[in-house]
Design a protein around this ligand. Structure first.
Ligand code: URA
Length: 194
């Protein structure tokens, strides 16, 4: 709440949504920015997309409290004159806030980072050459830490196709393998056929 680098966001925010979870976690999820629900609660991923993220984490056999979840931008991007909806953070907002995420990563030093959606990838790596449709599923590296780009859960709320769910799930299987977590046959088979 001490940070006043983005004057417009300082004026509109209720809370700074810094991050939540276990700072000793091997796994870190990074989203783009808080929405209205997150701004109200001061916690990332507590709205509809957040509920889906919690389900994904559970299906991976993990506990939400035991991992670390945050966003590239810590304050909700303002939407002047709008009563509903959220907006993507701008490149300037992401660049201004990036030192906080970099520090979080340096302190936590997770074994794996998952970037949720193209905006999170852009925030961490700069303007991506490719969209998330092509980036997802292929390992990237940030300061020697493996990064898995995948779909943002909000995308899966809009596109309910099982083939798209399977793609995100395959990305999570790759993450579990990298963390050397056991994977059951049941887990391997999710979203293969309707
Ligand atoms: N979407 C995000 O990218 N982050 C949140 O915290 C909530 C929704």
């Amino acid at each position: 709440m001490q940070c006043v680098k983005c004057g417009h966001l300082v004026k509109s925010r209720k809370n700074v949504v810094f991050g939540v979870g276990d700072i000793h976690s091997e796994l870190m999820f990074v989203g783009e920015a808080p929405g209205m629900d997150e701004d109200r609660k001061g916690e990332p991923f507590v709205g509809k997309a957040g509920q889906l993220l919690s389900k994904i984490i559970q299906t991976m056999g993990l506990e939400r409290d035991a991992i670390y979840i945050c966003n590239v931008v810590k304050c909700r991007p303002d939407t002047p004159g709008q009563r509903h909806g959220n907006r993507k953070p701008t490149p300037t907002e992401m660049m201004t806030c990036l030192p906080y995420l970099q520090a979080q990563i340096e302190i936590i030093r997770p074994k794996v980072i998952v970037c949720l959606g193209g905006t999170a990838v852009e925030g961490l790596f700069g303007k991506a050459q490719m969209g998330i449709m092509r980036l997802r599923g292929t390992w990237m590296t940030f300061r020697e830490i493996p990064v898995m780009p995948t779909y943002h859960p909000a995308y899966l709320l809009r596109n309910q196709a099982i083939t798209e769910k399977r793609k995100l799930w395959e990305d999570m299987l790759q993450v579990l393998e990298r963390l050397e977590h056991p994977i059951s046959d049941k887990q391997r088979g999710y979203f293969l056929n309707g």
